[in-house]
Design a protein around this ligand. Structure first.
Ligand code: B12
Ligand code: SF4
Ligand code: SF4
Length: 301
């Protein structure tokens, strides 16, 4: 068998020759061929970016499309949810201008999402200490710093750093991770990954290149689960549907899938965790935020 390429005007015909029989397999225009070649190159670049992140220490890495993130569940619902000024927001920061919410660089086309495993045996990774963050987050920042340098220097792709907080121009990291194929949103309202369950922390980087997304993927660990995550919650934050979601039909794209995750109730626990750390060991003690719904999840153990 041989493959012959015959150039006819601006089309290329690919023939397969079986003995004396000649079959016209496909007809591509030059533009299509160039497009296909470009897609292959971008897929290859995507692979290299992911490999770079993993080599630098990320447990998981994937690529999502910025347009898809623009219409993701959290993006669409966030401004309808009403005010929330609890832990995880910096709305009280006077230096903030309102338009930093969703104010992403116009040149950003794709987004690299990395995950770092935070297993039960390494709980310290998730403790908020005097340096204003967690050891795990500092590791993620470091991994991303090196990965960013290598993407820019070796692959010649411009990148943009993004903030952790959405009010400061950050993205919804769980949505980005789902779109990058790292896992799905479980009934605990967290990103659940196949190999590490929900016990991962995330970070992202904008890429100024349209790279083939690596997700979403078909994965639903909650379907046959006894839903341990909701039963252990000390604040019963995943028991009743939140009022704000009453008018929205049941959908897989609601928090905790059916709108039962109540961030105000969860935040009560977070505030308790802050005061407990102060009470027990003084103002500079690390804050150990609740992780019960993560640790109860059997996936990835
Ligand atoms: C603010 C915040 C909080 C607040 C408010 C939480 C909230 N969900 O609103 C508080 C302090 C309560 C909180 C609690 C926790 N948080 Co928090 N939090 C954040 C932060 C900074 C922003 C999240 C946000 O505002 N979301 C907005 C709302 C609209 O989204 P949502 O309620 O989460 O629900 C959306 C998704 O589920 C999504 N969705 C649902 N289905 C589907 C389907 C598809 C296909 C898609 C694409 C999306 C999607 O749409 C929902 C909206 O409808 C992120 C970091 C970041 N930049 O993303 C970390 C983050 C989400 N938190 C994280 C963690 C770990 C926690 C805690 C375990 C506490 C801890 N020890 O750190 C708990 C977990 C609570 C829980 N069961 O969800 C991790 C999650 C990691 C993971 N594996 O999922 C993140 C990503 C930070 C990180 N370091 O990696 N958090
Ligand atoms: S405990 Fe079960 S229901 Fe809850 S997130 Fe994990 S797999 Fe899903
Ligand atoms: S982090 Fe704790 S309080 Fe918040 S939903 Fe999970 S188990 Fe409940």
């Amino acid at each position: 068998m041989a493959i012959v390429l015959a150039d006819v005007a601006d089309t290329i015909r690919i023939f397969e020759i079986f003995g004396t029989q000649v079959l016209c397999k496909n007809v591509y225009s030059m533009a299509e061929l160039k497009h296909n070649a470009r897609s292959i190159t971008l897929m290859e670049i995507g692979k290299q970016i992911i490999e770079t992140a993993i080599k630098n220490g990320a447990t998981l890495a994937g690529i999502a499309n910025v347009k898809a993130l623009n219409t993701s569940a959290s993006h669409l619902i966030y401004t309808q949810l009403g005010n929330y000024s609890g832990v995880g927001t910096i709305k009280d920061d006077d230096t903030l201008t309102a338009d930093q919410l969703f104010n992403w660089p116009e040149t950003a086309r794709s987004i690299l999402v990395i995950g770092l495993s935070h297993p039960r045996g390494l709980q310290k990774l998730d403790w908020w200490d005097g340096s204003g963050g967690t050891p795990g987050n500092r590791l993620l920042i470091d991994i991303m710093k090196h990965t960013r340098q290598q993407i820019e220097n070796n692959l010649k792709i411009n990148t943009n750093k993004l903030h952790y907080y959405v009010e400061k121009g950050g993205v919804f990291l769980k949505d980005a991770a789902v779109l990058a194929g790292l896992g799905c949103i479980g009934k605990n309202n967290m990103l659940v990954t196949r190999d590490f369950g929900p016990r991962v922390r995330l970070r992202a980087l904008f890429l100024e290149a349209e790279i083939e997304p690596t997700g979403p993927v078909r994965f639903d660990p909650c379907a046959d689960c006894k839903v341990y995550c909701r039963r252990v919650c000390p604040e019963k934050a995943m028991v009743e549907k939140v009022l704000a979601f009453e008018s929205i039909e049941d959908s897989l794209d609601l928090p905790a899938r059916d709108g039962t995750y109540d961030r105000e109730l969860c935040n009560i626990r977070m505030e308790k965790d802050i005061s407990e750390s102060k009470k027990n060991t003084g103002t500079h003690a690390p804050i150990k935020y609740c992780r019960k719904c993560e640790f109860a999840c059997p996936i990835g153990k």
